[in-house]
Unconditional design. Structure first.
Length: 95
């Protein structure tokens, strides 16, 4: 019995949101074609071709590149946004 089904359609769906939950740590670069919300920790660069939401418990140790971005957490790196950048009062950006 397989844990993951191989017959599932794996095409990109821009309506789906990716989530990296609190308590989760990703070491390495992260890129997404669609929206993504990070409440955990990323040790690497984050590149998003849509909207990136960094929740209050998020921590990114690397550069952030996104089309749109809401920052409520911590970024230790540069932030480059093409359209709209919203920085909440709980945010901390060092870069």
């Amino acid at each position: 019995m397989a844990i993951f089904k191989s017959d599932k359609n794996t095409s990109f769906n821009p309506q789906e949101i990716n989530i990296l939950n609190a308590g989760t740590t990703l070491s390495g670069n992260l890129s997404s074609e669609g929206d993504i919300r990070i409440d955990g920790q990323v040790k690497g660069n984050v590149t998003v071709k849509a909207k990136l939401v960094l929740g209050p418990s998020s921590r990114v140790e690397g550069n952030v590149v996104a089309t749109n971005c809401d920052v409520s957490g911590t970024v230790l790196g540069n932030v480059q946004v093409a359209e709209i950048l919203a920085i909440k009062s709980s945010a901390s950006i060092t870069g």
